[in-house]
Every structure is written in structure tokens, then in C-alpha cells.
Design a protein around this ligand. Sequence first.
Ligand SMILES: Cc1cc2nc3c(=O)[nH]c(=O)nc-3n(C[C@H](O)[C@H](O)[C@H](O)COP(=O)(O)O)c2cc1C
Length: 213
Amino acid sequence: MEPVKVAIIYYSATGTVHALARAAGEGADKAGAEVRLRKVRELAPREAIDARPEWARHVHDTADVAEATLDDLVWADAVLFGTPTRFGNPASQLRTFMEGTGALWFQGRLADKVYSAFTASNTAHGGQESTILALGNTFHHWGGIIVPPGYTDPVQFRSGNPYGTSHVAGDGPPGEVTLEAARHQARRVVETAAALKAGRPRSAPRGDVKIDV
Ligand SMILES: Cc1cc2nc3c(=O)[nH]c(=O)nc-3n(C[C@H](O)[C@H](O)[C@H](O)COP(=O)(O)O)c2cc1C
């Protein structure tokens, strides 16, 4: 069987979610997947970015990370989405990318893929679960198969979020426990996608499926 294709699509202003995305990429790679790590397009005005040195630095440091395209979604068997929380919701940069998927959704081309999400917030109760669950609303519309980490690995009892890997950025950059949780989450996504892929007959792209009545 050809390897599972995993797209890790994220937004990060100051690097926290980017670190989680990279760890997820490591986990997926180690699990045998072909991985695309992609940032979504930055939409904030340059003045806003430059007003915060850590934001400007991160934009500079990740200039070589490719931007996500709709083709990455079509290509992938599984997609992990990462976003900082913004008032308890996903960042508008990631939402804008997701809201560009209308045609693919209509053609059914986002259905039957595995989806999972991770996040960061500044405070411990600042909206991590609500952010991940909000992304889940869209996965439902797409007809996706949502794979949360749950408590399926000992690291989950230490990192503590069954909805998806999460980090409190106010405590500093993510440490080894959180990074290992991200690796585990990605591994689980790959294993689930591989099982689905193995059990599914090869078929035409969903939009081209003909139904005999
Ligand atoms: C407009 C805005 C809204 C935010 N809302 C929240 C929030 O509701 N709860 C919280 O804990 N942190 C909030 N934050 C902090 C970010 O979530 C935090 O800086 C981010 O998780 C860091 O991730 P990054 O380094 O990948 O950008 C907010 C930040 C901004 C700019």
C-alpha cells in the first residue's frame, strides 16, 4: 500500500503552534506517512506584525515554509490543523483558508478523510477545547472522520488534553511532554488513516462518482 499522505496545516503568529506542527510532522513521518507541513497565508497588516517583534521574527524565520493550498487538502488522506486560540476560536487566518473550500466540499472531496486538531492559548483556561471543537464543526460539514488523541497513550495523562494537543504559551515554549503529545496525535492519525485506506477499494474522486438508480 502506498504511504498515508498527511497534511499539517497551521497558523502561528509567534511560533508556539508552529513548534507543535513540526512535532506532529515528526510523529507522522516516523509512523511512515508522507508529510506536507504548510502554513496558511498571513493576513494581518504589516504594521500589526511589525508592532510585535516576536511576531515579525516568526514571520521572518518561517519564510521558507510553503503556504497551504487547496491541493494539499485534495492530496491528503489525513489533515491535522493547528491554530492559536483567538477569543476561544480558531485564528481568522486559518478560518479564511477553510472557508475557501466551498467547491471541494460541494464535490464531496473533503469527505472520508481523517481530521484532527491542535492549539495553543495564553492561559490554561483560555479556550483550548472550544477552539478545537470549533474546528470540529467544519470537519462535520466536510464529512470527515475526526480522530482525537483521547487518553490513548501514557503521554496523554501528562499533557492532559484528549481533544487535541494544546499548549499554554504563557508558560513559555512547548516542552517535551507537549511535543510528544503532538507526535502521538499525529501517529494515531496516520494509523487510523492507514487502516481506512487499506480497507477501502480504490475509487474515483468523490466528485466523479456515478450513482446508478
Ligand atoms: C486577538 C487575540 C485573541 C486571543 N485570545 C485568546 C484567548 O481567548 N485565550 C487565551 O488564552 N489566549 C488568547 N490569545 C493568545 C494566543 O492564543 C497566544 O498568543 C497563542 O496561542 C500563541 O500561539 P502562537 O505562538 O502560535 O501564535 C489571543 C491572542 C490574540 C492576538
